[in-house]
Design a protein. Sequence first.
Length: 319
Amino acid sequence: MSILKTDYKDDVINEELATDRKFSQATNSDGTFSYTDQTPYTQEGDEYGAKQINEENAHCNFAIEEGDKNYQGVDLTVRFAEEIAKYSDPWRWIKARLAAHNLDGIHVHDFMTITVGSYTMKPEILGINTYTGTTDQELGWHIDWGTKDCYPETVKWFTENNNNGTSANAAPYLKSTVKSFLDGLVSKLPKELQSVISSKRFLLENRYSGSGTLTDSNSWGWADLGKLWIPSEYEVFGSVVWGTKGWSAGQAVQYPAFANSFRSRIKGAGDGGSRATWWLLSVIGGYSTGACDVVSGGLANSHTCTNDFRVPLCFRITE
């Protein structure tokens, strides 16, 4: 994917029949002449012109900007407008590209614009095939997306300052208010997007004991996060900062969009809004009352569950 062509071929003249190129001449009705190549070739070369040069320069520009961690992403509906026009909508085009294992020209931080209810939001690519080959149900090609800014409305991580799971759901996130909030937003997504999203499978930390409240997670288990989700602490920061060592990391890996830069960690309160604190799905280690979050300056932090913070909208599209 995103590999420049490296097998260009030149014309090769059949020297048994000609030593140089040959052209036939035809006289046009206006007195001008047209020429047709009549050269005998043993091999015909590739076309190479403005289209190929522009494609190569686009790749080179991306490599330079990404190397400097300064790639801002492009609107895919603009860059690939002609190609997308062949499909019912841009999300169906993304689905088709994944099915074809062809993601040429599509990069981390590239984005599209959607309307969620009455709010405009811009999902950007967090990672491409970041988890391919993983999970208990082997995952194929996929793209994980997350909005550049947070959904404008706030939500509590949980209605009580209690970050333990339950006997029915040992994973704290599965019982959380924030998950229920995200589940309720799915119906507000564009129908075209809803139809292509897959639930994210994830190794979630568990924190439950029938003998009393725990201050650290004590196991993990595979679970479906739903069609909309928020990342874990490890997926954002590439390490366990406030969570429980081991159990909260699970199988997570840092998304490329969050690596080596604060740009995607700092999110606004709504599209283009002022800096906001936003929840993560991980709960804090050493305490039974809080969950992990990203504060407005992009730092790892944690707060008690009943705080009102915001969330980005993250989702997965598979092949």
